[in-house]
Design a protein around this ligand. Sequence first.
Ligand SMILES: Nc1nc2c(c(=O)[nH]1)N[C@H]1C(S)=C(S)[C@@H](COP(=O)(O)O)O[C@H]1N2
Ligand SMILES: [Mo]
Length: 359
Amino acid sequence: MAAVGNLEEARSALRMIAQEPFNAEAPPEALNSEITPTELHYVRSNFAVPAHDGTLEVGGAVDNPTTLTLDDLRRMPAVERAVTLECAGNGRLAMRPLPIGEPWGDYAVSTARWKGALLHEILQRAHPAANGIEVRFEGADHGPYHLKPVLGESDRSDLTFVRSLALADATDPAAEILIAYEMNGQPLGPDHGAPFRLIVPHWFAVASVKWLKRIDVLTEPYVGEFQTGHYIYEWADRPHEPVTLMRVRARIIDPAPGTTISPGKCSVRGKAWSGTGPVTQVDVSLTGEGDWHPAELEPPKGPYHWQDWSFEWEAATVGRHSLRARATDAAGNVQPDVPPWNRLGYGNNAIEVSYVDVR
Ligand SMILES: Nc1nc2c(c(=O)[nH]1)N[C@H]1C(S)=C(S)[C@@H](COP(=O)(O)O)O[C@H]1N2
Ligand SMILES: [Mo]
């Protein structure tokens, strides 16, 4: 593990939300770049950074259980992809009434270049049993957990971070799920899951298990705190649903909220992303009265990479102006006006409203 001094230094540029376990947003300027520098990438951890012995067990309902080391993973064909990760709790702070959970503003989103081995190749070598239905991913991190218990789960004194995926998703070559050991060209740091972690493109980042320790093929659906207890949309008026793919969303980066500008031309710029297909359209509104104007939208630079958009605004009238940005994706999903309220406060992709003073 890295020395505490290094960890503190690595954390110093972030906007801290909780010190222990460490949770922090990216600073707003981090959204300016194509790739978020590692020291500006948000961090979300449910437990303290754990010790990890450097091995990965692959087992459960498989014909060839194995133990892999970092060197074994590095010897496999490597894939490097820019992947936008967003915490499912991003934007929670804007929900009313405020749900329980970490009070994330809007900056629990970042894009890094992740390099690693392909999960489907590892599973292919392990050869899942014919009755396998899910794959369980266990992190090395654990500890007491304070939040409400899941039915049937009684011991809350030492929970481990575990998630599962459907076997069909985990073995799909097109999904390009990585066991990543590099982030932006460097070995993974302690906060981001060293020595290796799962990266599940298009999914809310809870699926991307850090400090990966075990992979097990299951013949029964996995039930556990981080799968069926939390990371569930608990709707007030319809059946609960698991948190899966990121929702379509545009952010306004420039001008920053509350900026004062002179009358004249103003470039409004931002990012947009979605887990359900590339963003196909971003519209900007200057009044909120249905005046949606199409923004210039850059094509995606990679399949899992946020997109840039911009809009030339003729800011002629002195006064305060509200700006809205609304993204639409290839699946036809559009951002709602109001945050989709759910008890644990996940998936707020409501249209962002920002304001600018023209003086
Ligand atoms: N082992 C483990 N993996 C984890 C978590 C965790 O607490 N423990 N948090 C998840 C959540 S909720 C998010 S949003 C992402 C954050 O990844 P990052 O800290 O690299 O940004 O990691 C996911 N993987
Ligand atoms: Mo998250």
